[in-house]
Design a protein around this ligand. Structure first.
Ligand SMILES: Nc1ncnc2c1ncn2[C@@H]1O[C@H](COP(=O)(O)OP(=O)(O)O)[C@@H](O)[C@H]1O
Ligand SMILES: [Mg+2]
Length: 271
C-alpha cells in the first residue's frame, strides 16, 4: 500500500504574519531532510512562488506549463476545447532540494467569481492533485489571507493546518474567529482536518505589549500553541528575494529557529 501523504495548509485571515515564510521554509526543511515535498501556492499574490523562482522563470513556466489557476479552473485558463492542463506539466520540479512547486497566478484574485456556479468547487485542487499526491511525503499549501475559494480548496485537500500569528494585539484577536470558521467549513464538507497548531512568528525586539499578547495567546489556546517561535530577522526577507531557503543564507540563528519549528510541526503531524 502506498503511504498516505500528509498535507499541511498555512492559514490566517491576516496578511503579513509569516504564512508564506513558514510554508516555504518548512517545505525546504522537509526537502533537505530527505522527504519528497510539494509546495502549492494558492495566494494570487504569488509570494511563495516568487520566494522559490524569479519573475522571468515564472512567466515562462506559466505561459508554457500553467499554474494553480489552471487546476482550479480560472476563466481563460482552460483551452478552447475546455481541456485542462495536466497537473504533471504544471509542477515546477526541484525549486529546492526535493521540493517541487505548483506556482500561483494573479488570476486567482477573481476565482470566486469564475467558479460562482461551479459544482464541488471546494474540491478542485484535491481532485487535481490526486494523480501525483503519492509521489510526495508532504504537501504544503500556502494560502491567501482570507477564507475564499483558494483557501477552501487548500483546506479541503489538507489533513492538517497551522496558523502563523505575529505577536501584536490585532493579530491575536482573529485567531478564535479563524478556528471557528475553519471548523464550520470542515463540518459542512464532512472533511476531517486537524489543527497542528498556532505558530508565533515574526517576534520583534522585546516589548511589554508583545510579551502580553504572546502570554494571552498561550493562556487562551494552551497546547495548540507551538513551544518554539520564529523571530523577526532580516535574512528571512532576504532569503525570499534571493529565491533561497533560509537555511542557505548563513544566518545560523534563523536556520535554527526554522529547524526547530519544522521539527515541532513534523512531530505534531505525525511524520
Ligand atoms: N521571521 C521573519 N523575519 C523577518 N521578516 C519576515 C519574517 N517572516 C516574514 N517576513 C517578511 O515579512 C513579510 C510578510 O511575511 P509573509 O511570510 O509574506 O507573510 P504572509 O504570508 O502571512 O502575508 C515578507 O516580506 C517576509 O519576507
Ligand atoms: Mg503570504
Amino acid at each position: 500500500m502506498s503511504p498516505t501523504v500528509v498535507t499541511l495548509s498555512c492559514v490566517n485571515l491576516k496578511g503579513g504574519v509569516g504564512k508564506t515564510a513558514l510554508a516555504v521554509n518548512f517545505a525546504a526543511y522537509c526537502g533537505t531532510s530527505g522527504r519528497p515535498t510539494l509546495l502549492i501556492d494558492l495566494d494570487p499574490q504569488t509570494n511563495a512562488t516568487f520566494s522559490c523562482i524569479d519573475v522571468d522563470e515564472w512567466e515562462r513556466h506559466a505561459a508554457r506549463h500553467g499554474t494553480v489557476a489552471d487546476l482550479l479552473g480560472a476563466r481563460d485558463h482552460a483551452s478552447a476545447e475546455g481541456k485542462q492542463r495536466s497537473v504533471e506539466s504544471i509542477i515546477r520540479r526541484n525549486v529546492f532540494e526535493n521540493v517541487d512547486l505548483i506556482p500561483s497566478h494573479l488570476d486567482l484574485f477573481t476565482i470566486d467569481l469564475d467558479l460562482a456556479s461551479a459544482t464541488a468547487r471546494e474540491f478542485k485542487l484535491r481532485r487535481a492533485i490526486k494523480p501525483i499526491e503519492n509521489d510526495y511525503e508532504i504537501i504544503v499549501c500556502d494560502c491567501p489571507p482570507n477564507l475564499t475559494i483558494p483557501t477552501q480548496n487548500a483546506l479541503a485537500a489538507s489533513t492538517h493546518y497551522v496558523v502563523p500569528v505575529s505577536p501584536d494585539y490585532l493579530s491575536g484577536l482573529g485567531i478564535g474567529l479563524l478556528l471557528t470558521r475553519v471548523n464550520k467549513f470542515c463540518g459542512d464538507l464532512e472533511h476531517e482536518l486537524e489543527n497542528a497548531g498556532i505558530v508565533i512568528s515574526r517576534v520583534g525586539r522585546r516589548a511589554l505589549h508583545r510579551e502580553m499578547t504572546v502570554a494571552a495567546i498561550r493562556e487562551r489556546f494552551k497546547d495548540l500553541v507551538l513551544t518554539h517561535t520564529i523571530s523577526e530577522r532580516v535574512k528571512v526577507s532576504e532569503s525570499a528575494a534571493a529565491n533561497r531557503p533560509i537555511f542557505d543564507m548563513g544566518d545560523s540563528k534563523a536556520s535554527e529557529e526554522f529547524t526547530e519549528i519544522s521539527e515541532e510541526i513534523l512531530e505534531r503531524i505525525g511524520v
